[in-house]
Design a protein around this ligand. Structure first.
Ligand SMILES: *Cc1c(COP(=O)(O)O)cnc(C)c1O
Length: 362
């Protein structure tokens, strides 16, 4: 006799959907903020050498060689670095390490959409705090949430705007618990706040090799913070999260390809300003960006994105983002397109498609 019983997931999972952005291949894909110039040149060589290396043994437990290369890059000691399978993994592990079920995580809104999901995955409660009318973090309201963990992202995804140093400092000084500062796009910005690490042992700065370093497919993320914080994140993360081949390629990029990375970052910043000026000529406002993407408020973003896709251009649409009254984002009801900055021939095709799609509307 068989008894049918339902297998039930953790209760917080009922509110979580599988991540499913439109990833169908498209002639031009400016939807995901990766490096559209490609991967650093030494990485192909690292792969060839890896091909003959043995994959029968486990990789390093906590990616020690990669941690050393990252420590040198960031300018901290190796005990201050933790790696992960993408910075997504580092963020998820950090939330799990520093909060108990039922605790609150304060998150600006809009910001990186994965973070409220990681909070729920770990049975934490996300408290969303709207950005100000200058797209800055509202320090007072973030602190009022009295959260066990505060998450900040600068430059912020999807707005592209950098948070003000003053607001970040106010939060770091007065936060009751851990402050995570996500610097996934720091290479494209005016500067890092990594110097705060020497002033506070409650700050963890997360970064990634998926954006400026062109290695999204290898899944390499990391964080820097006080050794005591990093140790807890490593416990939560667990061993063997960075595979041996990815680790080798990432170390090679950090040791040999910095001139390539810097040149592509410089090109991205230059093309970003040129693209923003060209959009303005089309009558489109953008948010001021410090990242390798721009957020362009347009009404009915979903429809605009599907019309662009039918012209061979994939962008990332957002619907009804939270927007402070009077902002460009509010003027479209919070609808906007996020467009990755790449080589100019790519952007020029995007501009052509955008002008067709938007002129059809008037
Ligand atoms: C892309 C992105 C990440 C995730 O990077 P991975 O290292 O690829 O997991 C983290 N934070 C922000 C804000 C991002 O935009």
């Amino acid at each position: 006799m068989s008894i049918e019983r339902e297998v039930v997931a953790r209760s917080s999972y009922a509110a979580i959907e599988l991540y499913a952005p439109d990833r169908r291949p498209c002639a031009i894909d400016v939807s995901d903020n990766t490096n559209l110039w490609g991967a650093p040149p030494s990485v192909a060589r690292a792969f060839e050498q890896s091909a003959s290396a043995s994959v029968t043994r486990y990789p390093e437990l906590y990616a020690g060689s990669l941690k050393q290369a990252l420590a040198d890059y960031v300018g901290v000691s190796v005990e201050q670095v933790v790696t992960g399978c993408g910075s997504d993994d580092v963020l998820d592990s950090t939330l799990r390490a520093f909060a108990d079920a039922g605790d609150t995580v304060a998150i600006p809104d809009p910001s990186f959409a994965a973070v409220p999901i990681f909070a729920r995955m770990n049975s934490l409660t996300p408290a969303l705090v709207p950005l100000t009318n200058t797209y800055d973090v509202d320090a007072e309201r973030m602190l009022e949430a009295n959260a066990r963990i505060i998450y900040l992202c600068s430059p912020n995804n999807p707005t592209g705007t950098a948070l003000s140093r003053a607001a970040i400092e106010a939060i770091v000084e007065r936060a009751p618990g851990l402050v995570i500062i996500d610097e996934a796009y720091v290479e494209f910005s005016g500067g890092s706040v990594a110097d705060l690490l020497s002033r506070s042992d409650r700050v963890l700065i997360t970064r990634t090799m998926s954006k400026a370093f062109g290695l999204a497919g290898l899944r390499i993320g990391y964080a820097a913070g006080a050794p005591a914080l990093v140790r807890e994140v490593e416990k939560s993360r667990g061993p063997y999260k960075v595979n041996a081949i990815a680790e080798r390629a990432a170390v090679s990029a950090l040791r040999e390809d910095m001139p390539w990375v810097r040149a592509k970052v410089e090109a991205a910043v230059e093309n970003r300003e040129r693209f923003i000026a060209a959009l303005r000529e089309l009558g489109l406002d953008t948010l001021p960006s410090q990242a390798n993407f721009v957020l362009v408020p347009v009404p009915q973003a979903m429809r605009a994105a599907s019309e662009l896709r039918s012209r061979g251009v994939a962008v990332r649409p957002f619907e009804r983002l939270t927007a402070a009254p009077g902002t460009a984002l509010a003027s479209t009801g919070g609808d906007a397109l996020r467009i990755t900055i790449g080589p100019w021939d790519v952007l020029s095709t995007v501009l052509g498609a955008l002008s067709e799609v938007l002129s059809c509307r008037v």
